[in-house]
Structures are given as structure tokens and as C-alpha cells.
Design a protein around this ligand. Structure first.
Ligand SMILES: [Zn+2]
Ligand SMILES: [Zn+2]
Length: 215
């Protein structure tokens, strides 16, 4: 096997995690393989060995796409939207940034910054899959095989980054609950807007920018 990857000793094995990702996602696909490897690499770079156990409060993950790999990244890191440890930035890019809350950097103002590693899937990885398995016509099959074997350097680019995270965006942040003076619905996490003499929710403060319109 020319591209045998020295799969990391840290955490669970690649195959175990992939199996869990398959169960969580509903099927096995190239995106699951890429996502598991991307997230394992992120944890490895930060020296986080047990992201879902002993190190579970160390990691916040920013994900730049809502696609198959997103689920796999959630499985490997244990970072979930419902725990505020998974932050979605809808950029349509197969990339994620893994932020180590144990690695604070010098920060300006009231927003602490942390060290993180941003990892993006290389555009050339699809071509590498075609090169490796030209005899396989099904692209998903082709990529599933190749993405297991290709070394990290042929799949991903990496960059150390500084990530500011305001205390109110942190997992476990306790906020007071405010009631919108227009619709009466509760607002958490300091998302209320103060206009003139009223406290309003986002939807009432700027109805034109709502993602829905009442029928
Ligand atoms: Zn999928
Ligand atoms: Zn409201």
C-alpha cells in the first residue's frame, strides 16, 4: 500500500470513529471519511487526545459547511451545536477550525482569543482520488478508498490561527433571560436588541431580515 497512513495512536482508532460517524450520519460516504480524518488531524495538532472525555471542555470547533463531513466532525470532536461547542459559519467551504480553550492568546478588549488550527480539504484531493483509482467509476467509491489512504498532506492544508471568542459565545455561558416587549417570547444569550426605549428580539427589531415571513 503506497500511501499507508500512520493513523494516530491518539483517541479511538480511525475505524471505530468512522463506524460511529456512519451510524450518526445514516450512511458511509466519502464525506464521512474526510470528516473523520480532518477532525482527527485537528485534535492531533492541538494535542487533544480525548476530546469527548477528559478533554471535552477544551475544544470549540468552527465548521464552514453543512454537509456530510460536518456530522463526522461532530462525532470525532464531541462538539455539538446544542452544547455551543460547534459554531457554524455558512461559507460553503470544506474547512473547520479547532480552537483550544486551554491555549489563550493575548487579547484586545473584552474578547479573549485562543489558538486554533484551521484545516481545509484540498481541491486537488478529488484529482488524487481519480489518479489512484482510475478503474473505479463511482466517484464516491473512488474517493472513499483514496481518502483512507492518502497522507494528510495530500488531503488538507493547515494554518495556525487566532480565534476571538466572546464570553457570551462560550459553552456554558449563563445569561439572563429577557422577554421581548413586542412578541413576548424569551431571548437568551444576550441576543436582545435595545431600540429607543424598548427591548426587542431580533425578529421584532428587524422584520425585513427575518428568515421567515408570517403567512
Ligand atoms: Zn454522507
Ligand atoms: Zn419579539
Amino acid at each position: 500500500m503506497p500511501y499507508a497512513t500512520p493513523y494516530h495512536h491518539l483517541m479511538r482508532s480511525f475505524d471505530e470513529l468512522l463506524h460511529e460517524a456512519e451510524l450518526a450520519h445514516g450512511h458511509l460516504c466519502a464525506g464521512q471519511i474526510l470528516g473523520v480524518r480532518l477532525a482527527m488531524l485537528g485534535c492531533q495538532r492541538l494535542g487533544i487526545e480525548d476530546p469527548r472525555g477528559a478533554d471535552r471542555k477544551r475544544l470549540v470547533t468552527f465548521i464552514e459547511i453543512d454537509r456530510c463531513a460536518t456530522d463526522a466532525i461532530g462525532v470525532v470532536t464531541g462538539c455539538r451545536l446544542g452544547k455551543r461547542a460547534l459554531k457554524f459559519r455558512d461559507w460553503g467551504k470544506m474547512a473547520a477550525t479547532f480552537v483550544d480553550l486551554n491555549a489563550p492568546l493575548e487579547s484586545k478588549g473584552d474578547t479573549p482569543a485562543y489558538k486554533g488550527i484551521r484545516i481545509a480539504a484540498l481541491e486537488s484531493s478529488k484529482q488524487r482520488a481519480r489518479d489512484l483509482y482510475p478503474q473505479i467509476e463511482n466517484k464516491n467509491q473512488q474517493q472513499m478508498l483514496a481518502y483512507r489512504e492518502l497522507p494528510d498532506v495530500e488531503l488538507f492544508s493547515e494554518q495556525w490561527v487566532r480565534v476571538p471568542i466572546h464570553p457570551r459565545e462560550m459553552p456554558g455561558y449563563k445569561s439572563t433571560r429577557i422577554t421581548c416587549e413586542a412578541c413576548g417570547e424569551g431571548i437568551n444569550y444576550d441576543r436582545e436588541l435595545r431600540t429607543e426605549d424598548r427591548i426587542l428580539c431580533e425578529a421584532c427589531a428587524s422584520p425585513a431580515t427575518r428568515y421567515y415571513q408570517p403567512l
